[in-house]
Design a protein around this ligand. Structure first.
Ligand SMILES: Cc1ncc(COP(=O)(O)O)c(C=O)c1O
Length: 393
């Protein structure tokens, strides 16, 4: 099946990675494996699968063919060694943090976070005994450094934080995390692997709310954890006994770092945390996210277009001067095409305000306009050109 390792382009992998037409029917699209459990060839084989000594599916709370196809695809697009699909983005963040931090441990997080992630950290996980320090200015690497404690077990940030949009300095923050001997976890929901792959810039673990742009159609709630396989757990064995000792792993005397090497984190998160806590993705949901990921490049390009407009101060209610139609915004260099105001003078579509609120929240910068609006001598219609700089009305 096409993979990054074999040199296939991103656009091919978003359609093909993670799934090879099944040998039975030759189905081109991953089928929905709507089954709770699976048939084992023998009792010995079942025991070996449950003890992680043999490959094969066991039970849909832990693994499932539809979920596995989605996991392989997103791991491939993000450049990770493995992934775990879950019931929601919140489940992915929760399990990613619980995979590295236990009661008494501490996590340093950017304060620029999706609201529910903030409350997850500041109340629910805190109540379970994990302490958090929130870095108020995530661009200040010294603030990250100063927050580190002996019991720190991870750094956390969002690539393009929801809603503030202040992009994380992956390499800088990963550098400080690695100096402190801990992994960097990045929520890449808003950027998607089409725009940025945090693992390529130093992140060790990536989480997603697949509900948003990975699925792209708004028909499913889902999440994923991707393991970059980059963090050397064994080199920091004292901090991560759950991953590096048979005694503390909580799973049948398994030393995950020894047995699974670079895949230790994702394998334990699946076999121990997903199995114990139960936030499994439904096979049908995995299918829906896979369907969305096939068209993600177009969807994600559309997202970029929208975000570029936001940066320019566009608001969905902008309208031209004479128009009563909502959002009749004429494109630069064209006249307004709305039937109710055709030919009327187009209003500059950059914001006139020095502090216009952006959709989705966050602050905006003052804009001045470089668009000049003129009327045509022949048609009498107005058009906009970018001739000279002037202030917006
Ligand atoms: C950046 C980010 N992370 C996580 C989540 C949580 O995802 P879910 O709603 O799939 O649980 C969201 C949801 O909006 C989000 O925007």
């Amino acid at each position: 099946m096409p993979s990054a390792e074999d040199g296939w382009a991103f656009e091919t992998r978003q359609i093909r990675a993670g799934y090879k037409a099944d040998p039975g029917w030759g189905a081109n699209v991953p089928p929905i494996a709507q089954s709770a459990a699976f048939v084992y060839p023998s009792g010995e084989d079942a025991a070996a699968r449950f003890m992680l000594d043999a490959p094969g599916h066991t039970y849909t709370r832990v693994n499932n063919p539809s979920a596995a196809a989605l996991e392989r695809r997103i791991a491939d697009l993000e450049g990770g060694v493995g992934a775990l699909a879950l019931a929601s983005g919140q489940a992915a963040t929760t399990l990613a943090v619980l995979g590295v931090a236990r009661a008494g441990d501490h996590v340093v997080s950017s304060a620029s976070l999706y609201g529910a992630t903030y409350t997850l950290f500041a109340s629910t996980l805190r109540d379970l005994g994990i302490a958090f320090t929130f870095v108020q200015d995530p661009t200040d690497l010294d603030e990250w450094r100063a927050a580190v404690r002996p019991e720190t077990r991870a750094f956390f940030g969002e690539s393009i934080p929801n809603p503030r949009g202040d992009v994380l300095d992956f390499a800088g923050v990963a550098g400080v995390a690695h100096e402190a001997g801990v992994p960097l976890i990045v929520d890449n929901t808003i950027a998607t692997p089409y725009l940025v792959r945090p693992i390529e810039h130093g992140a060790d673990i990536v989480v997603h709310s697949a509900t948003k742009y990975l699925a792209g159609h708004g028909s499913a709630v889902a999440g994923l954890i991707v393991d970059g396989g980059t963090f050397d757990w064994a080199a920091h064995a004292g901090k991560y006994p759950q991953l590096t000792s048979a005694e503390h792993s909580g799973f049948a005397g398994t030393d995950f770092a020894e047995k699974f090497g670079r895949r230790a984190f994702i394998q334990r998160t699946r076999s121990k945390l997903a199995a114990d806590l139960g936030p499994a993705i439904a096979p049908f949901t995995a299918f829906l996210v896979l369907q969305g990921s096939r068209r993600c490049r177009c969807g994600w390009t559309g997202t970029c277009r929208t975000r570029r407009r936001w940066r320019r101060g566009w608001t969905p209610t902008t309208r031209c001067s004479a128009c009563t139609t909502r959002d009749c915004r004429p494109r630069r260099g064209t006249t307004c095409s709305s039937a109710t105001c055709r030919g009327a003078r187009p209003r500059c579509w950059r914001s006139t305000s020095t502090a216009a609120p952006r959709p989705g929240g966050g602050s905006s910068r003052p804009w001045s306009c470089s668009t000049t609006c003129r009327t045509s001598a022949t048609s009498g219609r107005w058009s906009c050109t970018r001739r000279r700089r002037r202030t917006c009305r």
